[in-house]
Design a protein around this ligand. Structure first.
Ligand SMILES: Nc1ncnc2c1ncn2[C@@H]1O[C@H](COP(=O)(O)OP(=O)(O)OP(=O)(O)O)[C@@H](O)[C@H]1O
Length: 237
C-alpha cells in the first residue's frame, strides 16, 4: 500500500469523562513528515493513541486518504493502514526476536522478515534472543520492525529515542529518516529531543494543554530561540 494522507479535523478526545485533547486539526500529505513537540504531559501520547482509537472519542474526525476511520476500532484502523509504535515499546518479552516478528507478519510469508532484518542487522544477529534479553535500543528496533511488517501507510512514532544512548539514537533516526524519505509512508513523530525532531521534519506542531498552540516550519522555530523557549521551556542548540 502506498503512503496515505492523514487528516485530522477538530479532534477532541480523553479518557472516560476526562477531556485531554480539543480542537486538534492538521493534515500531513501522503509521504510527508510531521513532528509533534510539547512539554511533558501536554497530550502528545494521547494524540497518537486517539488516532489509533485507543482513547475516548469526544468529537471530530480522522481520515486516512479518502477513508474516514473515526468510527473504526483499533484493529480496523491498523488494517486500514495506521501503524503505531507506542512509547512503551510493544515487545513480547517471553518470545524471541523472530517470534515477535512473526506476530507482525499476520500470515504473510516468512521471507518478508528479511526486509526488516536488512533494515535492522542487529535484530538479525539476535533473532533467537528472548525479548527480555534485549537492550532498550534493540527493543525499540523490534517494536518498529514489527509495525513495519504490517506495511503501514501512516506510521505513528511515540518518542522512539527515549532513554537510548546518543549513538543508538543516531542509528535509529537514520533508519527512520530513510523510511520517511522512501515516500512509502507518511510519518508522524512525537519527540522530546528538539534538535533531532527538527532535523526530521519540516512541518512542526506544538501542543500545550491538549491544544495546538503553534504550527509551522521547523526552520522558523530553529531561528527563534525565544519562541522555542516560550513554547517548550527549553533552548535548543
Ligand atoms: N490512561 C489515562 N487515564 C487518564 N488520564 C491519562 C491517561 N493517560 C494519560 N493521561 C493524562 O493525559 C494527559 C496527557 O498525557 P500524555 O501522556 O498524552 O502527555 P505527553 O505529552 O505524551 O507526555 P510525555 O511527554 O510525558 O509522554 C496527562 O495529564 C496525563 O496525566
Amino acid at each position: 500500500m502506498p503512503a496515505a494522507r492523514l487528516e485530522v479535523e477538530r479532534l477532541a478526545a480523553g479518557y472516560g469523562s476526562v477531556s485531554i485533547l480539543s480542537d486538534i486539526s492538521f493534515a500531513v500529505p501522503a509521504g510527508g513528515r510531521l513532528t509533534v513537540l510539547g512539554r511533558n504531559g501536554v497530550g502528545k501520547t494521547t494524540l497518537l493513541a486517539s488516532l489509533m482509537g485507543l482513547t475516548t472519542h469526544k468529537g471530530g474526525a480522522v481520515r486516512l486518504g479518502d477513508r474516514d476511520v473515526t468510527g473504526l476500532r483499533t484493529f480496523a484502523r491498523a488494517a486500514a493502514g495506521l501503524g503505531y509504535v507506542p512509547q512503551t515499546r510493544d515487545v513480547f518479552r517471553s518470545l524471541t526476536v523472530e517470534e515477535n516478528l512473526f506476530t507482525g507478519l499476520k500470515g504473510r510469508p516468512r521471507t518478508e522478515l528479511e526486509s526488516v532484518y536488512a533494515m535492522f542487522p542487529r535484530l538479525a544477529e539476535r533473532r533467537n534472543h528472548g525479548g527480555m534479553q534485549l537492550s532498550g535500543g534493540e527493543q525499540q528496533m523490534l517494536s518498529l520492525a514489527r509495525t513495519l511488517l504490517g506495511k503501514p501507510q501512516v506510521l505513528l512514532l511515540d518518542e522512539p529515542l527515549e532513554g537510548l544512548a546518543p549513538v543508538i539514537c543516531d542509528q535509529l533516526m537514520e533508519t527512520i529518516v530513510k523510511l520517511a524519505q522512501s515516500g512509502e509512508m507518511t510519518v508522524v513523530l512525537v519527540e522530546q529531543q528538539i534538535e533531532r525532531a527538527l532535523d526530521f521534519a519540516d512541518d512542526v506542531m506544538v501542543i500545550e494543554r491538549g491544544r495546538i498552540v503553534w504550527q509551522g516550519q521547523g526552520a522558523q522555530l530553529r531561528a527563534d530561540r525565544e519562541l522555542v523557549d516560550s513554547l517548550l521551556g527549553v533552548g535548543i542548540g
